[in-house]
Design a protein around this ligand. Structure first.
Ligand SMILES: C[S@@+](CC[C@H](N)C(=O)[O-])C[C@H]1O[C@@H](n2cnc3c(N)ncnc32)[C@H](O)[C@@H]1O
Ligand code: SF4
Ligand code: SF4
Length: 346
């Protein structure tokens, strides 16, 4: 069983962190190095969660060979971390093969999943260094919002724990679960891992009303962030950083946290059909930028990502990365020291 953690740095692969230092320095000097890639490998999904519109986005998917080509292309420019996301990554039959190919190229591989297909696929996912499993709360809450999946998710977590597979939990905070976040922390404690939290947000313009119906009042979100920060202070396994929790408490649902955007520079997202974009919030429109096609334009596609001025930035990975690199820019010694202390667990 894995060790308990209470910081996202605890969950990172140590050797990849050390190897990332030259790329971070290069990127801070203005040269884009996509250290971490999130590839939404498919928008298809076996569930139909109430607040999610990602699985409704139509479009084609890259072939196994095309994805292997992209893994090599990114490895050659310094990418160290690659995460498959979706839709549901496990609907792709070739997920295990791709995880192994990436691992053999020296990339630290991971994927995000709803967890329900893990027991059937447990033999195929050994190439993943970390697996992020979504769970929002106790059985009644999870089943109402996430397609009656509680029992299957727990079976998936048990299967991974029995094999020693590393995983973390990931919860979306909405009006459905905002008073039950302790359950997710209890589960993380039980499995000796940690849980990330992110607030509900609008994923696609035409789904605004549905997602909004899961929005709690801003004051309740603020209280939830204060609660999570308090639990983290008590050494309970909340992986989201204090800076992230504080930014969400202050800014959600309509203010921009005080960060620069490193999307498309130090991290990027790829659509199922192979278009590169800043982050998960820009996926839905990314394939319209014809010059951002990685298959036809190679790494030149990265330089063609159109700049954005965002009104909000709340998703877990993009905001954590933006906060970290913005701090690094403002206070290089302080931010590096914090990362090293985290990596050494002191
Ligand atoms: C789109 S899913 C894809 C991966 C996988 N299917 C899963 O559920 O973990 C990635 C994460 O986004 C979360 N998510 C879905 N809809 C959301 C929304 N409207 N606001 C914030 N997060 C959302 C999911 O709960 C999940 O944790
Ligand atoms: S949140 Fe994940 S599991 Fe749920 S419908 Fe969206 S993509 Fe599927
Ligand atoms: S939402 Fe955040 S990470 Fe995404 S493009 Fe906007 S500022 Fe960048």
């Amino acid at each position: 069983m894995q060790k308990a953690a209470n910081n996202w740095i605890d969950l990172l692969d140590r050797s990849a962190m050390v190897r990332s230092v030259p790329s971070v320095l290069k990127a801070m000097a203005g040269h884009p190095v996509p250290l971490r890639v999130t590839h939404c490998i498919s928008y298809r999904c076996n569930l139909d969660c109430a607040y999610c519109s990602r699985h409704d986005i139509p479009g084609s998917e890259l072939s196994t060979e095309e994805i292997k080509h992209l893994l090599k292309l990114f490895r050659d420019v310094g990418t160290l971390f690659w995460s498959f996301n979706g839709g549901e990554a496990l609907v792709r039959e070739d997920l295990g093969e791709l995880l192994t190919v990436g691992k053999n190229l020296g990339i630290t591989m991971s994927f995000a999943t709803n967890g329900t297909l893990i027991p059937d696929r447990i033999d195929e996912i050994g190439g993943a260094e970390m697996i992020s499993v979504s769970i929002d709360g106790p059985r009644d809450i999870q089943d109402a919002a996430r397609s009656s999946s509680y029992g299957k998710v727990i079976k998936g977590l048990d299967a991974m724990a029995a094999r020693g597979v590393r995983f973390n939990l990931f919860a979306v905070i909405g009006s459905h679960n905002i008073d039950s976040l302790d359950h997710v922390i209890d589960l993380a404690e039980h499995y000796r891992t940690a849980a990330f939290f992110q607030p509900i947000r609008i994923q696609k313009e035409d789904e605004t009303e549905n997602a909004r119906s899961y929005f709690p009042e801003a004051s309740r979100m603020r209280d939830a962030m204060a609660y999570l920060a308090g639990e983290k202070r008590r050494s309970r396994p909340v992986a989201s950083s204090y800076e992230y929790l504080e930014s969400i408490g202050k800014c959600w649902p309509n203010r921009m946290p005080a960060v620069r955007c490193y999307g498309g520079r130090l991290f990027c997202f790829i659509t199922p059909d192979g278009f590169v974009t800043q982050c998960c919030d820009t996926l839905a429109s990314a394939s319209a930028n014809k010059e951002c096609n990685l298959i036809t334009d190679g790494m030149a596609a990265l330089k063609n990502i159109p700049p954005l001025r965002c009104a909000t930035c709340y998703s877990s990975l993009p905001l954590e990365a933006n906060l970290f690199f913005s701090n690094l820019r403002r206070n290089p010694l302080g931010a590096m020291g914090k990362a090293i202390r985290g990596a050494l667990r002191v």
